[in-house]
Design a protein around this ligand. Structure first.
Ligand SMILES: C[S@@+](CC[C@H](N)C(=O)[O-])C[C@H]1O[C@@H](n2cnc3c(N)ncnc32)[C@H](O)[C@@H]1O
Length: 225
């Protein structure tokens, strides 16, 4: 059985068993290929937007034993989703791009049971939008790749209010004192402490750093870390 990176393996673990799934921006289709290989039953689809990435994705699927098992589409975001899809993956993208994709076709969100999101920047924007759209995290953990940590979030449609710290760092990782989040926050604190040593720091930037430090301390305190 082919092996996946720890990040992609974690994404696979967030997939609802045998529930029709579509991976938007699937790159080489590693997640859907792994699911097919592991005996996932039910529809499996994957897409890419541009011609080059789409051709690469087609080639990867065609050269696998699963070319008749995985539906490959070219198109922008949720536009290509067939009606039967019940869960969608949007991973390895900037938070703003994830927000743009989700808001471009809001009607395509109807009927989806799970959104598996892994934003690589601007996670706050994603959590805030999902909250506004009436989604709440059912599962959330941080995953590490190449020295960075990213939140992986499985959203379902239900309302649960979140405070600003939860929007910033994730309700469940804060509640569960996620070790990677603790490590990431401590690292960020060290970066900010270094930045503050600079004598040429504009006052506005200093103010921003101090506000961020306050949030970092509150988050670490909430996790008893
Ligand atoms: C960095 S890759 C991440 C690939 C994979 N999902 C992962 O987590 O490793 C992001 C992919 O999203 C694709 N992409 C960007 N915008 C898109 C859109 N609007 N619709 C579909 N795919 C898109 C890019 O072509 C790129 O292959």
């Amino acid at each position: 059985m082919s092996s996946l990176s720890p990040r992609l393996e974690k994404i696979v673990s967030y997939v609802l068993p045998d529930t029709p799934l579509f991976d938007v921006g699937a790159d080489h289709g590693l997640v859907v290929l792994a699911l097919a290989e592991r005996g996932f039953k039910g529809y499996l689809g994957a897409s890419e937007k541009g011609k080059g990435p789409y051709d690469r994705l087609c080639k990867a699927i065609k050269s696998s034993p699963f070319q008749n098992r995985i539906d490959v589409k070219q198109g922008d975001g949720l536009i290509v989703l067939p009606n039967q899809v019940k869960q969608v993956i949007l991973a390895g993208m900037g938070g703003q791009l994830i927000c743009d994709i989700l808001t471009k076709e809001p009607s395509r969100l109807d009927g989806l049971e799970r959104l598996i999101l892994e934003p690589q920047q601007e996670m706050e924007k994603v959590r805030s939008l999902l909250n506004k759209l009436g989604y709440s995290a059912e599962k959330e953990e941080y995953v590490a790749e190449k020295g960075h940590i990213y939140p992986l979030i499985a959203y379902a449609r239900k309302r649960e209010s979140e405070d600003s710290l939860e929007i910033k760092y994730g309700r469940l990782p804060l509640k569960e004192a996620d070790p990677l989040l603790i490590k990431g926050l401590r690292k960020r604190k060290a970066v900010l402490a270094e930045l503050k040593k600079s004598s040429s720091l504009p006052p506005q930037r200093l103010k921003e750093i101090e506000l961020e430090e306050k949030d970092l301390d509150s988050a670490l305190k909430r996790m008893n870390a």
